[in-house]
Design a protein around this ligand. Structure first.
Ligand code: ADP
Ligand code: ASP
Ligand code: MG
Length: 813
């Protein structure tokens, strides 16, 4: 004999019930089928009861909804000829239910007994309708009410199953049944004096396990809406995978710690009989599912699953009067137990100064009252502090039989959480070492589960979640490069890059599952109105692990939001130079935030686009070298301009061309005035450990004052046209000496300067082509022959790839 249990979603609609019929039609064995209430009906019944108790007549609306749902199901499953009998029985039950709710409404109260009676209608109705449908479909099927089989009793204030009576009832009934299929309601039972009782939320699994154990079933099959017990809740962790084979103990631990797919008490009855459990998916029956047995022999596997319980509060009993006094913890736990409060997690510091327990938030008010009452004497004398709960917490647990044989797992768990800025409130490790759990903020659960899952199950594939602001020249190229490289990065660098948010100055879009990069432009055009603070709020609220804010703008306002990101452990990658060249105080605050919140702040593209200039500088310094002098041509734009400008062109036309080809900032005056180069040398000086402001940098501009004074591009271009002869003079002077004009930045002895220089033949700068940049680092280790970095230093493509490189640096962080 086999026992099959179909859960709420498996019986939620007529189409699903037909699926069940198709599944069971393939069975030759005798089977017991246990069904839940139609998905959502138990919740509806509880809500209706609460409304009635509060004398809110809208319980009638819910009742009506329940009625329609059941009657419609009958009408779609059962041919007209057979409907009237089923309809009249169901209507009779619904009337009885209505009478109960009306009663609760008129007296404004629901006793636990009445509540049990009301919720039991969910399973009563579903099982009856399903069995009638099977009979009409010519299956050899009979209906049996579980209230006639499962008998409960009250022990220590709790409803428990009287196994002796239940076993006897089940044994005699099932052994004598002459039908291939018996359909029973899950979840419901009765007390010895005949009152309806229930087995707790999710209790249909337990019903099925009780039946399987009494009849020594070949197997217990739990049919649900997912393909087994997963490495983590698949609704929260997309990459979770079904666990093929797991031990009873592991399954029990996972379910105790929140893996709802199996109701925790389910395992005990079948474990003692050695009956295997298999978890299967009603909606994908061909999937293998999860097999739960005695020994799994899964050698080498340590962490098998990660689960969590939300809605947890912590209660700490502490005070000097606890040290060395026997019986305090005993009393503490007794008080909680007498109040029927179950303790989910316990920790005690070795100083004995405090005991901390995790309990369901639903019990917290009661717990605080009973504990403070019980310890009034000690509290009044200052020996123990009044308990004050901490709320909005969750427990996250790693589970696995073999964890005890491996070191370093807890270290890995806590460092993963730490890296993701998940604050750990309490740590507990079960004596069996089958479980390491910790208490964290409820708001961090999704991030914690995903980060841990990535660490323990995803072959080190690291997910990076990008939020991109600015999709002009550089930003668009950057998105394109991600699209092209996505698969390569996943396979070769084990990095999974996802773009979750994109914004330009007009609109913004978010997609928690990752924006499709093929169509981002169209999606962004239809996005919501752009707003920098809303963008940040959304990024922060999504609370994804490894979140990176990418700034591809040149905007002051965007740069002023970095502190929000970094202060919330969101990394920042930027090609925007404004933040790093602003007040030193701001620059150093951002760096400090990055350190404190463990969120990299990278801006390699601020100097030399994609060239690894800042990274190299950082490495030199980190390895103990000292920068003595920096000499550089740092403006790809100015280099482009002076490499193309000669007596056959005009200065104006060359600048125009540079702007059109994306070699200058949107406002070319920023380049030509030297401001852009000042910012760059300032950043290099700061990164070399110097405290400098932009106003400390000497700048002898080659531009006429009139051009410097313009405040828009049109006037600027008009002014340089006007001064063409003075530009031609500069060129001729240099050309006469066989020299070339280069815009050079220099830093030495704490002084920085920028300006146009005539570079003679043979100098390192002389042959600099196109928009190339060059940097010479003279250091203690490279005093005479400088370390030289040279290459393309401007252009959207190389800048985009520099941003990309920073992202990969964070991935490898
Ligand atoms: P049923 O109605 O069939 O009893 P449940 O809703 O009680 O189904 O349990 C199935 C659900 O359990 C899944 O849809 C999933 O959201 C949740 N769940 C939580 N943790 C896990 C896990 N580790 N593996 C599988 N499912 C899980
Ligand atoms: N219907 C009950 C519940 O929703 C029991 C079950 O589905 O297992 O909790
Ligand atoms: Mg369930």
């Amino acid at each position: 004999m086999k026992v099959l249990k179909f859960g709420g979603s498996s019986v939620a609609s007529p189409e699903n019930i037909i699926k069940i019929k198709n599944i069971i039609s393939a069975y030759d064995d005798d089977i017991i089928i246990v069904v839940s209430a139609f998905g959502g009906v138990t919740d509806d019944l509880i809500t209706a009861g609460t409304l009635a108790e509060n004398q809110d007549s809208s319980y009638k609306k819910i009742l009506h909804k329940i009625e329609i749902r059941h009657l419609e199901t009958i009408k779609s499953l059962i041919p007209i000829g057979g409907q009237s009998k089923v309809l009249s029985t169901v209507k009779g039950e619904l009337n009885a239910l209505e009478t109960l709710l009306d009663g609760a409404f008129s007296i404004g109260e629901i006793t636990p007994k009445l509540s049990d009676k009301i919720v039991s209608y969910g399973e009563l109705l579903s099982s009856f309708i399903i069995s009638e449908y099977f009979v009409i479909s010519n299956l050899d099927c009979v209906y049996k009410d579980s209230r006639e089989l499962i008998i409960t009793t009250i022990t220590n204030n709790r409803t428990t199953v009287n196994l002796e009576k239940t076993n006897a009832n089940c044994f005699s009934y099932f052994k004598n049944s002459s039908h291939q299929i018996v359909v029973c309601p899950g979840f419901i039972s009765r007390s010895a004096d005949g009152e309806a009782t229930t087995l707790g939320r999710g209790g249909s699994d337990y019903t099925a396990a009780l039946y399987a154990a009494t009849i020594d079933a070949k197997i217990l099959e739990i049919w649900t809406d997912v393909s087994g017990m997963y490495t983590a809740n698949p609704k929260l962790v997309k990459q979770a995978m079904p666990i093929a084979h797991i031990s009873y103990e592991e399954a029990m631990e996972l379910s105790h710690f929140g893996a709802k797919v199996l109701y925790p008490p389910t395992i005990q009855p079948v474990l003692s009989k050695g009956i295997s459990i298999v978890i299967k998916n009603t909606f994908s029956p061909e999937d293998v599912g999860t097999l739960i047995t005695k020994s799994t022999n899964e050698k080498g596997k340590t962490v098998r699953g990660i689960s969590h319980i939300g809605n947890i509060s912590l209660l700490s009993l502490e005070g000097p009067g606890m040290v060395g006094i026997p019986g305090i913890s005993k009393q503490f736990f007794e008080v909680l137990s007498q109040a029927n409060i179950s303790v989910v997690l316990i920790t005690q510091a070795s100083s004995e100064h405090s005991i901390c327990v995790g309990i369901s938030a639903d019990d917290v008010a009661k717990a605080v009252t009973v504990v403070n009452e019980a310890f009034t004497f000690q509290i009044d004398r200052g020996r123990i502090k009044k308990v004050v709960p901490e709320n909005n917490l969750a427990i996250v647990a790693l589970v696995g039989d073999n964890m005890k044989n491996h070191q370093g797992l807890s270290g890995k768990m806590f460092s993963t959480l730490g890296k993701n800025n998940v604050n750990i409130r309490v740590i507990a490790q079960g004596a069996s070492e089958r479980n390491i759990s910790c208490v964290i903020d409820e708001k961090d659960v999704k991030k914690a589960l995903n980060a841990l899952h990535e660490e323990f199950f995803e072959e080190n594939v690291k997910q990076l979640n990008l939020f991109v602001m600015g999709v002009g020249n550089v930003g668009a190229k950057f998105l394109n490069q991600i699209r092209q490289q996505k698969n390569y990065l996943k396979e070769n660098l084990k990095l999974n890059l996802r773009v979750i948010g994109i914004s330009n100055s007009r609109t913004m879009i978010f997609d928690e599952g990752g924006i499709t990069l093929k169509t981002w432009e169209a999606a962004l055009a239809n996005g919501t109105k752009a707003d920098k603070s809303e963008f940040f709020e959304k990024v922060n609220q999504l609370n994804f692990r490894n979140s990176i804010f990418v700034d591809n703008t040149a905007s002051d306002a965007v740069a002023s939001t970095y502190n929000n990101y970094l202060g919330n452990s969101i990394s920042v990658v930027t090609c925007n130079k404004i933040a790093c060249s602003s007040q030193y105080e701001n620059y150093s605050e951002l760096k400090e935030l990055a350190r404190t919140y463990n969120a990299p702040f990278l801006f390699e593209t601020n100097v030399g686009a994609g060239l690894p200039i800042i990274d190299t500088l950082k490495h030199l310094i980190a390895s103990g070298d000292k920068i003595l002098k920096i000499q550089a041509v740092l403006s790809g734009s100015l280099n482009f301009v002076f490499n193309n400008f000669n007596d056959k062109t005009t200065f104006h036309d060359v600048v125009k061309q540079a702007q059109e080809e994306g070699y200058t900032e949107p406002d070319p005056k920023i380049d030509l005035s030297g401001v852009d180069v000042m910012r760059k040398i300032l950043i290099l000086a700061r990164e070399s450990g110097n405290q400098l402001e932009i106003s400390d940098i000497k700048n002898d501009s080659f531009l006429p004052q009139e051009s410097l004074d313009t405040d828009n591009n049109v006037d600027f271009f008009a002014s340089i046209k006007k001064y063409e002869t003075s530009f031609q003079d500069m060129y001729a002077k240099a050309a006469n000496k066989d020299a070339k004009l280069k815009y050079v930045a220099q830093f030495e002895n704490g002084q920085a300067s920028v300006g146009l220089q005539e570079i003679p033949k043979g100098h390192d700068f002389y042959n600099l082509e196109g928009s190339d940049n060059i940097v010479l680092f003279y250091t203690e280790r490279y005093p005479d022959q400088p370390m030289i970095i040279k290459g393309a230093g401007a252009g959207a493509d190389v800048t985009a790839s520099g941003i990309f490189a920073d992202i990969i640096r964070i991935g490898n962080f």
